[in-house]
Design a protein around this ligand. Structure first.
Ligand SMILES: Cc1cc2nc3c(=O)[nH]c(=O)nc-3n(C[C@H](O)[C@H](O)[C@H](O)COP(=O)(O)OP(=O)(O)OC[C@H]3O[C@@H](n4cnc5c(N)ncnc54)[C@H](O)[C@@H]3O)c2cc1C
Length: 466
């Protein structure tokens, strides 16, 4: 008897799950329900100034295997492109300064490059150096990223270097981010060696020896959307229902019924790959504790504004991949990526064009939500102008809004997720969760969570009567 599955959510996690289930042997009949009118979720590549440019994610990390492995299976590994430049800047007291060389998530491993960058004060430098001699002070529990960095290298490194970088990845505040889940390499390093700098130097050496000169990020000429398109093509047998929002999950005598408006889809197994705030109402009736914890996961809203200028209008050099803005600078923008340098094909055949992707919004800062598109662009350009010495009109612009897009992982988030998973496994055997709300927001982590959810769901099938 053919088994059936319903996958809820058509972002990267849902698509990967559908791919894994539909290519499993023996075959499973898979239905994928997507609430919106398109697949991809937070991955969306659309034309800007005539070239496909990402509105959300623009690359994925190569240092973890899950995205690379999936791309290889889909025959995409000969289409990888890497950012053309790695060096970046940070705003310090209103000026752009280079991020010191040899940093790991903003943590300097060379005190000499830290001194040269001018990002921290002489006192901040001296405090960072104390890391080499201070005794071990690990508190023995999951701490925030800010606490970890401040206790080893002092508050200046935490606020001026690590927070803009790590908070930028999560649209958050490192004071409220679990070191264990968000920066596991830092959490592990601080447990291995009392000196964080020494442990990270060792990690860098090992990584360089394992993959010498390998790029840290990959994308495709057509943007990250290429991965979504290829995955969608790799699931021809999946019944994909667009604009179909799952509204209720019902346990039946022979499995599950997923209700979506007037339609009902029966299934032996269900994988829910929608954000936690959309999952909570589906589980409330069956797994009240899990539903309450899912509903308590908070989200940050962000917006990305893409702008094009003539190179004649911008006097400041844009050699590098862009810059980050520490929270303490009080600006609306959180980062600006120099897209024409990072991804040179973004300018098409027009070499005179410069393309910037300006990010705004982080947890606790919703100013962008209260501005309409014109006001938002104007306010961001008012900040960008003096930093890059811009003396000319913006040629084109586009606003991409991502409300409630970044789940927040406070210290203890790992234990919360374990409790949620245990309650769901107990109350709803055969139902699994996947996606960015749990153990990593990056594309590779979402793919990993989908691989694991699909594998658990397939295992469950073997426990069912024939
Ligand atoms: C602006 C931005 C930039 C980013 N940059 C990067 C980057 O460069 N690199 C990187 O690795 N990561 C990046 N990320 C993070 C990454 O893109 C996301 O975490 C990831 O794509 C989330 O995938 P997902 O499948 O878990 O969820 P989503 O993409 O959110 O997909 C979930 C899907 O479920 C659907 N859904 C919701 N409720 C229901 C329902 N009831 N029924 C049916 N469907 C439903 C939604 O419509 C959505 O399509 C970025 C994110 C954003 C917002």
């Amino acid at each position: 008897m053919a088994r059936s599955a319903v996958v809820i959510g058509g972002g990267i996690a849902g698509l990967t799950t559908a791919y894994r289930l539909s290519t499993a042997r023996p075959a499973i009949d898979v239905t994928l329900l997507e609430a919106g009118p398109r697949l991809g979720g937070k991955i969306k590549t659309t034309p800007f100034a005539g070239v496909p440019i990402d509105e959300g994610a623009d690359a994925f990390l190569t240092r973890v295997p899950w995205a690379i492995e999936l791309c290889r299976e889909l025959g995409l590994d000969d289409s990888f492109i890497a950012p053309a430049t790695g060096s970046a800047f940070i705003v310090t007291k209103g000026k752009l300064r280079p991020i010191p060389d040899k940093t790991v998530l903003g943590v300097p491993t060379s005190l000499r490059s830290l001194a040269k960058s001018g990002v921290v004060s002489p006192l901040g430098m001296a405090r960072a150096g104390l890391d080499l001699i201070r005794p071990d002070n690990w508190p023995g529990h999951d701490e925030s990223v800010a606490e970890l960095i401040a206790r080893r290298l002092g508050p200046e490194i935490a606020e001026r270097l690590v927070d803009p970088l790590v908070s930028g990845i999560m649209a958050s505040d490192t004071q409220n981010l679990s070191a264990q889940i968000v920066t596991p390499q830092l959490a592990e390093a601080t447990r291995k060696n009392r000196s964080l700098i020494r442990a990270l130097r060792e990690q860098r050496k090992l990584a360089a020896a394992a993959t010498p000169g390998a790029p840290v990020f990959y994308s495709f000429e057509g943007g990250v959307g290429v991965l979504v398109e290829r995955l969608a093509r790799a699931i021809p047998d999946v019944d994909v229902r667009m604009s179909t929002s799952a509204t209720q999950l019902e346990q039946t005598s022979d499995g599950y019924a997923v209700h979506a408006g007037a339609e009902t889809f029966g299934a032996d197994i269900v994988v829910i790959a929608a954000p936690a705030n959309a999952v909570a109402p589906l589980l409330r009736e069956h797994a009240a504790d899990a539903a309450a914890e899912l509903a308590s996961i908070e989200y940050a809203s962000v917006a990305l504004v893409t702008v094009a200028f003539s190179s004649k209008s911008v006097r400041h050099s844009t050699e590098g991949s862009g810059f980050l803005v520490p929270r303490g600078e009080g600006m609306l923008m959180t980062a600006c990526s120099w897209g024409h340098r990072k991804w040179p094909h973004w300018t098409g055949s027009d070499e005179d064009k410069l393309i910037f992707r300006i990010s705004t919004g982080r947890f606790g800062d919703e100013r962008a939500l209260h501005l309409d598109d014109d006001e938002l662009v104007e306010s961001l350009l008012d900040e960008l102008g003096p930093l890059l010495d811009i003396h000319g009109p913006v040629l084109e612009w586009r606003v991409s809004r991502w409300p409630k897009s970044f789940p927040q992982y406070p210290p203890g988030h790992g234990s919360t997720v374990s409790r949620i998973e245990a309650d769901v496994a107990r109350s709803l055997p055969g139902v699994n969760l996947a996606g960015a709300s749990y153990r990593g927001v990056g594309i590779p982590a979402c793919i990993r969570s989908a691989n694991e959810a699909a594998a658990r769901a397939i295992d469950h099938l073997s426990t069912l009567p024939a």
